[in-house]
Design a protein around this ligand. Structure first.
Ligand SMILES: Cc1cc2nc3c(=O)[nH]c(=O)nc-3n(C[C@H](O)[C@H](O)[C@H](O)COP(=O)(O)OP(=O)(O)OC[C@H]3O[C@@H](n4cnc5c(N)ncnc54)[C@H](O)[C@@H]3O)c2cc1C
Length: 319
């Protein structure tokens, strides 16, 4: 019987799961199909500068995650960004709203996942195709397998002979298109971020120069889920509409230097499970931000950590 656990998914939930397994003395490998870790805490490099094109920021409400965030702040990987965003409408800014402290990073959110993964065995650029009873992954046996990813991606991997696991995966997820616009200079009012109300085009705008701390003239705007769903296959058709809405909210009249769109077909879970994770008798577990939502970074971290601890205490699955 294999003594090694496999975590499929190198986003924050997978890395948290693997870290918990290692901390409990287990052997583990993290496998991801991407060329970098981080998943939806994704970074695009533009002119040598990182831009967050997936998640915008994170909050920390639970002590165990707050302690990790404090460590990231202490080593200057993360910093408190703001507790106040503007509120906007298609015609302009209409006010502000204060909430919890939002944290950001200077190197991009992915740097946090890479920090958490330090020292873990990682197998990148490796697309997993099938998870079967045993558990086995693409024909190789493991002591246990964690699928740390959106439910529909997990469902695609699970063999038909795993009905419980298939039943616990899937779910309803919404897409998102992120518009990245760079400018010659900061031709908009002082903002950190903007919640966009009464718009069928945008939901949120982040000032990337503000959250990164370098004041670069870069904005990232998230499209409304319905607009994203209807144009995921053809983002070019709505890039102009998104840009016009961004300019309307912020009163921008100067043209951008560059505009790009990043598509997320599974951005956020619409109806997260109440539990923190699933772990079947098969030794196959499911975790991520589709568990014990809302669908965000803190939930994903807590879900992965909880699954890793549970798998370690259950021990290797009896094949
Ligand atoms: C546009 C957008 C905006 C967001 N805004 C925020 C925000 O402001 N604040 C916040 O807290 N959260 C936000 N989120 C949500 C946040 O990004 C997620 O909650 C969190 O990153 C989920 O982490 P995860 O590890 O569960 O999943 P993911 O980050 O999706 O990681 C899953 C990993 O699994 C890998 N994978 C999938 N299938 C396979 C396979 N077959 N083989 C190998 N590898 C595979 C993928 O490559 C990926 O790296 C946002 C997300 C998006 C997309």
């Amino acid at each position: 019987m294999s003594e090694e656990f496999l975590v499929v998914g190198g986003g924050i939930s997978g890395v948290a799961c693997a870290r918990a397994l290692v901390d409990a003395g287990c052997e583990v490998v993290v496998r991801d199909r991407g060329h970098r870790l981080g998943g939806r805490m994704a970074v695009k490099t533009l002119d040598g500068r990182p831009v967050d094109v997936g998640a915008s920021y994170f909050t920390a409400s639970v002590p165990v995650f707050q302690r990790l965030v404090q460590r990231w702040v202490d080593i200057e990987l993360a910093h408190p960004w703001t507790d106040t965003f503007h509120v906007g409408e298609p015609g302009g800014l209409v006010g502000t709203r204060t909430g919890p402290m939002r944290y950001a990073t200077s190197l991009g959110l992915r740097s946090l996942v890479e920090d958490l993964a330090r020292g873990l065995p990682v197998d990148q650029h490796h697309d997993v195709e099938a998870v079967e009873p045993g558990p086995s992954v693409d024909g190789s046996p493991y002591a246990g397998v964690a699928l740390a990813m959106p439910g529909p991606q997990a469902l695609d991997l699970l063999a038909g002979s795993l009905p419980q696991e298939r039943n616990a995966s899937g779910g309803v997820w919404e897409p998102c298109m992120s518009l990245i616009a760079t400018y010659e200079s900061r031709v908009w009012p002082e903002i950190d971020g903007v919640f966009v109300n009464n718009s069928a085009v945008l939901t949120f705008i982040a000032d990337d120069g503000s959250r990164r701390g370098d004041r670069a003239p870069v904005l990232v705007a998230h499209a409304h889920p319905l607009l994203s769903a209807s144009h995921l296959d053809d983002p070019d058709a709505v890039t102009g509409t998104m840009l016009a809405e961004l300019e309307g909210v912020l009163g921008i009249t100067a043209p951008p230097i560059s505009v790009a769109v990043k598509r997320w077909s599974l951005a956020k879970s619409v109806s997260p499970h109440a539990d923190h994770y699933f772990l079947g008798q098969s030794g196959i577990g499911l975790c991520g931000d589709g568990w014990h939502g809302p669908s965000r970074i803190e939930s994903a971290y807590l879900s992965g950590r909880a699954l890793g601890r549970a798998m370690a205490s259950e021990g290797p699955a009896a094949a």
